[in-house]
Design a protein around this ligand. Structure first.
Ligand code: NAP
Length: 256
């Protein structure tokens, strides 16, 4: 993923480097960012919510979502934002419109929140299903009236009339207990359903493989990764990103 940004910096002759950093103590890491004068941060699982108390400000979008995936250092002031929602929307729109479409979202964590708000803004009709039903209910309430929620046992019924299914859980991700698994029985998938997977490693998760076998349209996790990154690049640099360069780098790293 770092190559996606570094290729774009090189293309525009920008003297930046995007480097992966592992955090031991989040508070100290943030002090380090300020003291070292780092320009910006990309934030990923599991820090998207935990980082919030350490920031000076959240933009309107991150405030509403309650999760941050990008931080920009503006003269020593750390401002959090979130590009997951717009990234997911762009990836989905490569395959389908969302207005008035019934969308079933699996998961109610940070990514789900970002995507749900973005889809609601675009007049999709949402159902949130989660293992912890309380969290699904909280998200449904935060989104406003008329949002359905429940547990995964409702999946069969909800999918009967759905246009789009989005997996926002890490189930199926490489090097985890759920590698090779899917939350959705293959029999529930049918031609015409658009299945979006957030997991990008591996690219061909069990859900993606099953969806293809059953004739569904697939939106891969790496397409969202690209589009959320394009938006981050704009925030990092205040410049228009060379999207084809980022896309090429992303294709190279995400092909299994
Ligand atoms: P998060 O805030 O920790 O939320 C995780 C969600 O997944 C929760 O709803 C959780 O349910 C559910 N979950 C976790 N393990 C599960 C299991 N074994 N069975 C059923 N449900 C399970 O994480 P996040 O930040 O939203 O990220 C979620 C996934 O999206 C990660 O894999 C991340 O890499 C991916 N992601 C991809 C992109 C992209 O651009 N492609 C962008 C953002 C995130 P409970 O509430 O019941 O625990």
């Amino acid at each position: 993923m770092y190559d996606m940004y570094n290729s774009a910096f090189a293309e525009l002759d920008l003297d930046y480097q995007y480097v992966p950093l592992i955090v031991d103590d989040l508070g100290k890491a943030i002090e380090g960012v300020k003291n070292l004068g780092m320009k910006a941060l990309g934030v990923t699982i599991p820090y998207k919510i935990d980082i919030i108390p350490y920031l000076d400000e959240l933009d309107e979008n991150a405030q509403r979502i309650g999760a941050v995936n990008v931080v920009v250092n503006k003269n020593g002031k750390l401002i959090g934002g979130n590009t997951d929602g717009i990234g997911a929307l762009r990836a989905l729109k490569e395959k389908t419109e969302v207005k008035n479409k019934k969308v079933v979202i699996l998961g109610a964590g940070g990514a789900s929140r970002a995507i749900a708000f973005s889809l609601k803004d675009n007049q999709a009709v949402l159902t949130i299903l989660n293992r912890d039903i309380k969290k699904a209910e909280e998200l449904a309430k935060a989104l406003g009236e008329d949002i359905s929620f429940g547990g995964y046992e409702q999946l069969k019924r909800e999918l009967e009339e759905a246009h789009i299914l989005i997996n926002t859980t890490p189930v199926g991700m490489i090097n985890t207990d759920t590698e090779g698994q899917s939350l959705v029985d293959m029999e529930l998938l049918r031609p015409g359903l658009v299945v979006m997977e957030l997991v990008s490693k591996p690219r061909e998760t069990k859900l993606v493989q099953d969806a293809k076998r059953r004739g569904c349209e697939v939106v891969y996790g790496y397409r969202m990764l690209l589009h959320q990154g394009v938006e981050k690049f704009k925030m990092y640099t205040d410049q228009e990103p060379p999207i084809e360069v980022m896309e090429r780098a992303m294709e190279e790293i995400s092909g299994d």
